[in-house]
Design a protein. Structure first.
Length: 76
């Protein structure tokens, strides 16, 4: 069954991030800028792609190194 194993999911995540990075390259190549301030959009798209990668790495880390369980405090 596709997508069940950790290696399969890891491969899927790498492929997905690669596609996002390629898309960021295409958007950066357009040379688009913001309307008013004329700031180039490309670096922001690369930043978004990097943050997606970082988020994925944090999720994988938290999957193997869970935090400490904490009891919820009730209010009276």
């Amino acid at each position: 069954m596709p997508g069940c194993g950790i290696e399969t999911n890891h491969q899927y995540a790498r492929t997905n991030h690669r596609q996002i990075w390629i898309k960021a390259g295409k958007i950066a190549a357009y040379g688009d800028t913001t309307d008013v301030l004329k700031i180039t959009v490309g670096p922001f798209v690369y930043f978004m792609a990097a943050m997606i990668l970082l988020t994925g790495l944090v999720h994988v880390y938290k999957m193997f190194v869970p935090g400490e369980a904490q009891a919820q405090q009730g209010t009276t």
